[in-house]
Design a protein around this ligand. Structure first.
Ligand code: SF4
Length: 261
């Protein structure tokens, strides 16, 4: 998730219902609220060149959110879906995929139609989600080719991290749905010394592995932007992550340990 200019709008407090039946996917996708567009990235969808569409709105308020301007249902920046399609038309043969990020993309019912349109235009679909809306995710998964899912913590710590009652059940339910789907994925966990300890990460590693996770990324929380600035400096270093769990490399098929970036 990346920062974009823009503030304002009312706070999105729930996963919004799908828009009324539209005549086709393009019309339904037009309801998608978009707060940013990155035309080219090589790091947001593994192995693919992608554009990133930043969806506006998120029902949670994470302590380390890097994109707080995308939390309100409406922001200062509003990009029309038809302009995204127009842009994609010029990128056929140049881009492989479109990644929907946020904010929380699954909070918007129009996302299903947008994913369908991306495939109709000839691109693969990537999704970054915190799993805040599992039933919406269940309907989205058949339209996705790769998913990056944030599992922020063990269930008991979710409320303090996200400020949202019931967040743990939603996120871990989304994890089950993703694993059942068979779609390529990466589970991601953001680490900061303020809320992540070595014993806690070991317990989380056990819980994820037992749940069936085989592709996991630990990423150090960057503290230079967004809400994360209030957390102060992060005492974790990439080498620390490696040293607390050498056996993890044997358990997980892929295990990424990422510095703040
Ligand atoms: S899930 Fe948390 S980190 Fe992600 S956009 Fe929402 S508030 Fe920010």
């Amino acid at each position: 998730m990346r920062p974009h200019a823009g503030t304002g709008g009312g706070l999105l407090t729930a996963c919004l219902p799908a828009p009324a039946a539209a005549g086709n996917a393009a019309r339904a996708a037009a309801a998608l609220r978009i707060g940013g567009l990155v035309p080219l990235t090589g790091v947001d969808y593994p192995g693919e060149l992608a554009a990133v569409v930043f969806c506006q709105g998120c029902p949670w308020r994470c302590r380390y959110c890097h994109n707080p301007h995308l939390i309100p249902a409406r922001g200062a920046v509003a990009i029309r879906w038809e302009d995204v399609e127009r842009f994609l038309e010029t990128r056929r043969g140049l881009l492989d995929a479109v990644v929907f990020s946020g904010g929380e993309p699954t909070a918007q019912g129009a996302l299903v139609a947008a994913c369908r349109r991306v495939r109709e235009l000839g691109f693969r679909v990537g999704l970054h989600t915190a799993g805040a809306c599992p039933e919406r995710l269940r309907r989205l998964l058949p339209h996705c080719d790769w998913v990056g899912l944030d599992i922020k913590s063990l269930p008991e710590d979710y409320g303090a991290l996200t400020g949202a009652a019931g967040a743990a059940g939603r996120a871990w339910r989304s994890l089950d749905l993703l694993l059942e789907s068979g779609i390529r994925y990466e589970v991601r966990t953001t680490v900061h010394s303020e809320f992540a300890s070595a014993p806690g990460l070991r317990r989380l590693a056990d819980a994820l592995w037992q749940r069936g996770v085989r592709h996991w990324a630990l990423q150090l929380c960057e503290t230079s932007r967004g809400e994360a600035r209030a957390l102060g400096s992060n005492r974790w270093r990439p080498a620390d992550l490696d040293s607390i769990g050498p056996e993890w490399r044997e358990r997980f098929d892929t295990l990424a340990l990422r510095g703040a970036g």
